[in-house]
Design a protein around this ligand. Structure first.
Ligand SMILES: NC(=O)c1ccc[n+]([C@@H]2O[C@H](COP(=O)([O-])OP(=O)(O)OC[C@H]3O[C@@H](n4cnc5c(N)ncnc54)[C@H](O)[C@@H]3O)[C@@H](O)[C@H]2O)c1
Length: 335
């Protein structure tokens, strides 16, 4: 069988450090991938004069699987978020963000195992109808929810639940106030839920969901929701398991998938060998599961769990005193 080629975007800030660490881990686990490197973000702007060069888009399309470090979107007019651009360009409609408790972190809970599945292309982030009055007195933006978009994300959530042997899908909405957009999402979620009698269906208003996640997070299994709510809720979930350094995310479409950390380029610690690479390593685990290489995924998860649980050479955000390279060595030694 031909070797799988992965497009690798190292990204900005801490990106190169945590991506290099992850590639070492994949290689040590015997994954046998070929890597094709591509530029995006500030690194690409400096080299090619654009944030996402065509060459990068071509590589993402050709190889279908991309592992990506965080990208810095320069502040200011004229720069659309690169991540939003990639999600739209490749119709990466599902953003899958699992969070899992690891003993040994400073997290408040020990039994969290939640996947947030966020619609990634519509809602408040569709970028439609954006206007600001010339005198700056008012601004407008449009939220678009389609039946097709809602149906495919909710189906994706139930299919994920089935595949992973999970028991419950909670649709999170604000249909009591946002009657048209959130109302349509909820209506479709109920219809889809009826087609999956083997999985418990629940629904919850987003503000209550925030409180419930903080007070009683063990009740959640799979959460499915629209773009803006999913963005916020998934960070809240990351906070339940020890912060952004522990949170991976997959952007999945029909033809392509991009795997990444949830956090940004962390300019405050860039180049200091301080970053925790766990989030990108966990994203690589998601990638392996997507590629049906579950045995490799399990081996890496076991190694990283042991390092975090024993506190052997952990990074500062995990309460340790070590840097990226020491932490990575501790994982590599266990593989
Ligand atoms: N997916 C992405 O590419 C992505 C996501 C979010 C933000 N961004 C971009 O990243 C830049 C910086 O954003 P920000 O500072 O608001 O958020 P950030 O996520 O980069 O950092 C927030 C805080 O978390 C810490 N942190 C983040 N990742 C860490 C890790 N792996 N180990 C240890 N500590 C970690 C940082 O040091 C910082 O204190 C911005 O340009 C933003 O647009 C990119």
């Amino acid at each position: 069988m031909a070797k799988q080629t992965i497009t690798v975007i190292k990204g900005d800030g801490i990106g190169p450090d945590i991506i290099d660490a992850t590639i070492k881990v994949l290689d040590k686990a015997g994954c046998d991938f070929d890597y094709e490197y591509a530029d995006a973000g500030l690194a690409a702007l400096e080299k090619h004069g654009e944030l996402v060069p065509q060459e990068t888009l071509d590589k993402i399309k050709k190889n279908k699987i991309t592992l990506k470090g965080p990208l810095t979107t320069p502040v200011g007019e004229g720069f659309t978020s690169i991540n939003v651009t990639l999600r739209k360009q490749f119709q990466l409609y599902a953003n899958v963000r699992p969070v899992l408790s690891f003993k040994g972190t400073k997290a408040r809970y020990e039994n969290i195992d939640i996947i947030t599945i966020r619609e990634n292309t519509e809602g408040m982030y569709s970028g439609l109808g954006q206007t600001v009055a010339e005198d700056g007195s008012q601004a407008e933006a449009m939220s678009l929810i389609t039946r097709e978009g809602a149906e495919r994300i909710v189906e994706f959530a139930y299919e994920t639940a089935r595949k992973e042997g999970r028991k419950k899908v909670t649709a999170v909405h604000k249909a009591n106030i946002l009657k048209s957009t959130s109302g349509l999402f909820l209506k479709v979620a109920r219809e889809v839920g009826e087609r999956y009698p083997d999985i418990e269906s629940a629904e919850m208003i987003v503000d209550n969901c925030c409180m419930q996640l903080v007070m009683n997070p063990e009740q959640f299994d799979v959460i499915v929701t629209t773009n803006l709510f999913g963005d916020i809720l998934s960070d809240l979930c990351a906070g339940l398991v020890g912060g952004l350094g522990m949170a991976p995310g997959a952007n999945i479409g029909r033809d392509c998938a991009i795997f990444e950390a949830v956090h940004g380029s962390a300019p405050d610690i860039a180049g200091k060998n301080l970053a925790n690479p766990t989030s990108v390593i966990l994203a690589a685990i998601q990638m392996l599961e997507y590629l049906e290489m579950g045995d490799k995924a399990d081996a890496i998860r076991k190694a990283i769990t042991e390092v975090i649980e024993t506190g052997d050479r952990t990074t500062r955000d995990l309460g340790g005193t070590h840097g990226t390279t020491d932490f990575t060595d501790a994982v590599l030694e266990r593989l």
